[in-house]
Structures are given as structure tokens and as C-alpha cells.
Design a protein around this ligand. Sequence first.
Ligand code: ADP
Ligand code: MG
Ligand code: MG
Length: 494
Amino acid sequence: VETWTEAVASPTLNYQWLFQVKMSHNGLPINLPLEENVLREIVEKAKDWGLMHGVGIRPFDTMNPNTLTIAPHALFPTPVPRKDFDELIRLQPALNLLMHKVAHDHKFLEKALGNTVLHDEFTKRTYEIYETVRKEGFAQDVSLGMFRSDYLPDTVRSLYLQVEINTISTSIASLASHVTELQSYILGELGYSHLLENMPDNNSLHLMSLGLVKTWEYFGNEKAVVLFLTEDVTANICDQRFMEYEIRKIQPKIKVLRVKFSDSAKFRLGSKKELLVDDQEVAVVYYRTAYTPELYKKGDWETRLLIERSTAVKCPSVQYHLAGTKKVQQVLALPGVVEQFFEDPSEAKAIRKLFTELYSLDLNEEGDKAYNLAFQLPENYVLKPQREGGGNNIYGKEIPNFLQSLGKERQAYILMGLISPRPTQNYLVSRASGDLPALETVVSELGIYGVILGSSKEILTNYQAGHMLRSKLSTSNEGGLAVGSGFLDSPYLV
Ligand code: ADP
Ligand code: MG
Ligand code: MG
């Protein structure tokens, strides 16, 4: 279909095409497609600039430590309505505080996760660690949260709705800052520098790193280290290393150590429950692993418990980890629940507005209702287990069969209304895209970072910490960078 009239006349109305027409009326004021020679040259520039300024990853296939490749990214920024962007930024400290309060409300966690722990081994083991340290008394009552709340714009309601909030191993803060700079450079090179005023600065790298620095300062032992707890091999190495370099810039006295979660022999507790790694005391443990069962090998659960028992500040503490489960997200959306955590009703109202339909699949009337909904209109829903890192959800038509096969275990899942964002057009640059990527139809997920440091008694710091945008082909279900289908992007405010 080439024209509006043809599209409307066509027996199979091409909705994708209609969306594109709409998009060209409120999108980025750049004429697309680019001419072939312009595209070829700008992609070459994008890759060189990106590789030289930290928009890189280790190639997934080889993980060769001598090699970096360009991180998948969109060539142009993507339109995001300014009023939505400003509102989500404004709400982030309140969301940080909500997660903090949930994590410190034992009765709430116990009730919310009661059924889940019976049917999900990973949540159960995480919860057991929480119970062990809670009963012993937390050796460190301060936790560091480095969160990211993710949103998709819903076309029908014209609203940004929360996809999830991440409380463990929240990534891409460095890449997000760098890709904003990369896209600014691209706009400039193409003669669109007047558009830069609509690209908000993105200090996610600095602000997230600052969370670790502030925590180290709070800990108050100049000799203690900041520990990055890592996977055995790290594809997202630029994202992690730049935080390390940023910490060094902010506070040169800090020593950062990278230690593998699987190196269990390195960890021990001192006589006062200090966390010692190769006999160096640890001020902060920053988890860039441990968020999903595949990342735990033999002995790693014992290491997790040992760390949680220590006086080191954990990012996140096990209770923050639990507060970030999809089950907690669903429970918060029940009538009256999020409201319990806010004194100011207008704040609770603003937060509730971010929630889409979320249902439990417990074996009761409410769960049965959701179960039936999923059977009647599966294409309107996504089914989610208690997992992180992308690639774990069940979509649309696949839901009924999958649910049927689950039996009682369905209680470990939540059902969520599918959010349908309006697509835009962009070039997606990656190692695989070659020097002439095609103009693609993409949808974009906006993430807002937040940092909070505090205990059940006091909040020491709480701020919004930058943003990120991730685009994916509108035909793919998920857009995780780690699962290979996401492209770094940044907002262009309209
Ligand atoms: P994870 O913790 O694995 O990142 P998410 O809840 O973020 O889990 O889901 C992964 C991806 O699935 C999201 O980035 C998004 O692309 C897609 N997704 C999740 N929930 C929805 C939803 N309600 N509507 C549309 N897409 C969704
Ligand atoms: Mg997540
Ligand atoms: Mg996610």
C-alpha cells in the first residue's frame, strides 16, 4: 500500500502503515529515508564515534576480551511528549520511596509473596535469605537502591504506563548517557544542530555512580572498597567500566573491585560481620548479577547469604530485591494498596495513574477471573513469571496453552494488560546491520533511573538519576539489550 486511500480501500487494512502516516505528523522533523550515500557515511561516523566513546559491548558470540563492538543503537532520537517525560521524572523520587517502604514492611512482603514462594523456587530462596537475615537482625540497616522504572506509551489511553520497576542489577546507565551524546553528534553532523535543544541532557552515568560514592562516604571507612559483583563473563562491560571510571573521577580515594559471584572462596565475614574479600573490607556491594536463577551456580546461594549477613551496604539489599518482583508490582495495583504508602493522596493518585491492568493468578475467585480473561482475549495480555533480564514472558496466543500446562504453578505468574505503543521510524545500527541499515518501524520503552539510600528509620538521599530509552522492532515482543533485540536510544521531546 502506497497511499492513504489505498490503505483504507485495502481488504486487509494495514494498521502499521496508518500508524506511520500518523507518526510523520508529530515526529522528529527530519526527512526520512536518508539518501543512500548520506546514510552510508553517517552510519560509519556513528559506529566510529560510538566505539571511541563507550557505546560498546563485548561481542556475544565470542566474548573475546580483546574486542569491543558497537552497541546496538538507533541512529536518531525518538519523539517523547515533554509533558509525560517531565511527569515521570517528577514522580521518580516518590517511586523510590514506595519501593523503600515496601521493602521495609515485613507484613506486606510476607503477605504479597506468600503464595509465590510456594510455587517459585527462585523467589523462595531469595525470600529465605531475607527471613534469615531479618530474624538475625540486619547487620547493616541501610540499603542502597539504584532503580529504573520502565514505561511504554499506550496509544489508546495516550499515557505512559509502567512496564515494571527494576531494583536489582539495573543496567544501561552509562550507555544511556553516551548514546544521547552520540545521537546529538549525529544530528549535528547532518545539519540539525537546532534540534538539540529538544534532547534533554542525560546524566544517568554520573548520577547512578554518585549513588555508590555517597554510600561509600556514608559507610565511613576510607580503606573499604566498592565491590562490583559480576557474572563470569560480562557482555555489558562498557556500561559497568564507565561507572567504575566515573566513581574514580568523583572520589579518587575509592578503590573499586570487580569480583565474580562464583569466586566464593574469596568471601568471608570478619569478627564484626564485616564483609571481607581477599581480606579487604567492603563498603558497598553492587550486584551486576544474581537477578535470575541461571546466574547462581554451586555455592552461590551461600555467598549471597554471606553477603546479606554482612555490614556492607547492599545494592540492592535482599528486601529491595523482593520489592522489585512482578508479584509486588501486581499487589501494589490492587485497590487501596499503593494508597497505604503515601500520606499525600494526590501523590498516590499520580502513581496509580501509571499502572495498567495487573492480575493475580492465585487459586481463588480473583485468580480464576484473570485466568478466564487470558483465555478469552489472550492477545490483550502478557503473562509474567518472577524473572528479570528479558525473554521470560509469554505473549498473546501462547498464553492459553501455557497456562493450562501450569496447574497450581500459575500462582507464580502475574497477568498484565498489553500496552500498545505507537510506532515510529528509525535506522537501527549494530554490528549486524551493515553499513546500510534499513528504515525500520520501532517502538520505544522509556526508563527513569532513581537512587535512594536509607534505613527503616531515615532516608539519607533520594533523587531521580537520569533516563534511558530502548527501541525495538515493532514486531518483536521484547526489547532487551541483553537478549539481543533492543537498541539504545534517547528521547527527543515534543
Ligand atoms: P524483565 O524484567 O525481564 O525486563 P519486563 O516486565 O520488563 O521484564 O518485560 C520484558 C519486555 O517485555 C519489556 O521490555 C517490554 O518490551 C515487554 N513487555 C512487558 N510487559 C509488557 C506490557 N504490559 N505490554 C507490552 N509489552 C510488555
Ligand atoms: Mg526487569
Ligand atoms: Mg524490563
